[in-house]
Ligand binder design. Sequence first.
Ligand SMILES: [Cu+2]
Length: 140
Amino acid sequence: MAQKDREFVPGTLIVARGSTVAFPNLDNVRHSIYSFSKAAKFSIDLYGRDQTRTQGFLIAGTVALGCNIHDEMRGYIRVTDTPFAGKTDHNGFVTLTSVPAGGATVGVWHPRLRSPGNETSSDVTISSGSQSRRYKLRMR
Ligand SMILES: [Cu+2]
């Protein structure tokens, strides 16, 4: 997840629990990174252009990132403990493949979703023989 034009790019990143994320600074100004989130509390001191810092994410959940210098900078990392996770495209669709048949719970997270933890879920049944499921996120 880069820091470019005073934004975290991409603004939301999905990683598997245990992953290490690199944060290259591509700007001419220095940035820091902090998180007060339960899934990862950390703080990385200011660093400059073409420097990179890394952070490991060992707990599943949502990590909201900020920069001490630029208040408007917001980034989100979703740390997952399932291989069946994905980010929706610009039309709000995501395709999950090789989902086993049977009952499942589909969780949806968005930073501006108006529900506890910005998260909602629904139970679904995956029929045998279906290779993939396509989901559409509708914001209300
Ligand atoms: Cu900054």
